[in-house]
Design a protein around this ligand. Structure first.
Ligand code: APR
Length: 310
């Protein structure tokens, strides 16, 4: 029997995530959206690529949740993307309503699923999904760190004319302006990055990483990034389905780790069949620790706004 994965929201991020998972062939996929016929049309188109790609998995579209029953993993991408000039935080209350109603349906139809949240502002949305679903912290995780780290790794590889596979890095903290790229642990082919790129240039690359999402929004004009976000979401789904115990930076619910309590933040976690199987605590410098706490404060502010609105 194949695994079952549902992707809620058949926009750019959702449809590309569904496509990536479907093409792997190990999971049947259900794509859900409120727009009539849209998920059905996209799913049919993807299904018709199966004979060419050699995948026997199935993919169906739906406007409801019946088809999603007993999914192993549910990826939530429903919600508005930002437009030029907007921050992810500007989406807070609109996407809170959407993610809340989706999480309620998902919890009802797939009570044992692992939820992977992608909608922005990410850290606040994953916190809200945990509250509404009532799922344990292991089974509600957010996608941000892999994406931010992939952007950082891409820029470093471009700068050094090196293979992206040789760039090891972590970007921790919230998925926003206060994200924390770790310099001390970043290496290229095993060599510390600070030995390869001078400080000011490295700071420019860090800033480009922080602005990575906005850079794409500015170019696209009508929406936000989706190729890299969907690749990151699909990597998380695979780590969970295949019980890979892969250590990846994700938004996880912290209870004292890194000095943060009762809040989601981007940290390295071990992802496996149970979801977040372990939060990995790596040694941070004093300034990295302070930056991570500051980033958590910005997430807390959003959580407070959500609490005041409900
Ligand atoms: N249930 C299901 N789908 C919904 C709901 C809902 N309640 N509300 C909205 N949607 C759908 C929309 O109909 C649309 O098809 O969510 C989809 C969002 O798609 P896009 O507008 O293309 O946005 P996208 O680029 O995919 O981004 C989605 O992911 O990365 C984040 O910031 C991004 O919050 C945004 C989300």
């Amino acid at each position: 029997m194949r695994f079952k994965v549902s992707v809620i929201g058949a926009g750019f991020v959702g449809s590309t995530t569904a496509q990536r998972i479907y093409e792997k062939g190990y999971a049947d996929v259900v794509l859900v959206d409120i727009v009539e016929d849209k998920p059905q049309g996209l799913a049919l188109d993807m299904m018709e690529s199966g004979p060419v790609l050699g995948t026997d998995a199935t993919i169906v579209g739906s406007n409801g949740y019946e088809e999603t029953v007993d999914s192993d993993v549910v990826v939530i991408t429903a919600g508005l993307p930002r437009k030029p000039g907007m921050s992810r935080d500007d989406l807070l209350l609109t996407n809170m309503k959407i993610v809340g109603s989706v999480s309620e349906q998902v919890a009802k139809h797939s009570p044992n699923a692992v939820l992977v949240i992608v909608s922005n502002p990410l850290d606040a949305m994953v916190q809200h999904a945990k509250v509404v679903s009532g799922f344990p912290k292991e089974r509600v995780v957010g996608m941000a760190g892999i994406l931010d780290t992939a952007r950082f790794r891409s820029f470093l590889a471009m700068e050094l004319n090196a293979s992206v596979t040789n760039v090891q890095a972590y970007v921790l903290g919230g998925h926003g302006d206060s994200m924390v790229p770790l310099i001390g642990t970043t290496t290229v082919g095993g060599v510390p990055v600070a030995d390869l790129i001078e400080k000011d240039r490295l700071e420019e690359i860090v800033q480009r990483t922080r602005d990575g999402g906005a850079e794409i929004v500015k170019l696209l004009k009508t929406g936000s990034a989706y190729y890299a976000p969907s690749a990151a979401a699909a990597q998380m789904v695979e780590a969970i389905l295949l019980d890979r115990k892969e250590i990846l930076p994700c938004a996880a619910f912290l209870e004292g780790e890194y000095g943060i309590n009762g809040l989601y933040a981007g940290v390295p976690v071990k992802l496996g069949a149970k979801g977040v199987e372990q939060v990995i605590e790596i040694e941070l410098t004093e300034s990295e620790k302070a930056a991570l706490l500051k980033s958590a404060e910005s997430v807390q502010e959003l959580v407070n706004v959500m609490a005041a609105s409900s």
